[in-house]
Write a protein that binds this ligand. Structure first.
Ligand SMILES: [Zn+2]
Length: 148
């Protein structure tokens, strides 16, 4: 298989908006993919495969703020500073979050519930989304994020 095929096999494009990474992730929730001989950030690989090479010192940032999103339309090049600014701006906009669950954003919560309803396992979902099994359990029982 080509790198593109191997990569696409790990991306769930079944939703209209964000394309979810289904492969392994870092503890902080970024997808990982072996590309050109080294383990790379999956969103960076998505950018390279769809748009083109990433210039030195540039970061691939998410317009949608979903670390696990691989939709090239949601990715843009920025500096480390852009990335931080963007993160801060988005965090200020977020309302009604329990701080301990701030690693997740609303579409991910909806996705976790959808997958769980289809027979997903809390432990596996937690690993995939970079949160604990307990966090996933709270979400699927509507004990957190009940406004979504
Ligand atoms: Zn997205």
């Amino acid at each position: 298989m080509t790198p593109r095929e191997r990569f696409d096999a790990k991306v769930d494009k079944s939703t209209d908006g964000c394309w979810w990474w289904t492969g392994c992730t870092t503890r902080t929730g970024y997808g990982l993919f072996p590309f050109r001989g080294k383990l790379s950030g999956a969103h960076r690989v998505a950018y390279e495969l769809s748009v083109g090479p990433i210039p030195d010192k540039k970061h691939v940032c998410h317009k949608c703020d979903n670390r696990n999103c691989m939709n090239p339309d949601h990715l843009f090049l920025g500096t480390h500073q852009d990335n931080m600014d963007d993160k801060c701006r988005k965090q200020r906009q977020v309302r009604g979050h329990d701080v301990s669950h701030s690693k997740l954003v609303a579409p991910q919560v909806a996705e976790i519930r959808r997958r769980y309803a289809k027979g997903g396992v809390t432990q596996a979902l937690g690993r995939e989304f970079g949160v604990t099994q307990v966090t996933v359990g709270d979400i699927v029982r509507n004990e957190t994020w009940s406004t979504i």
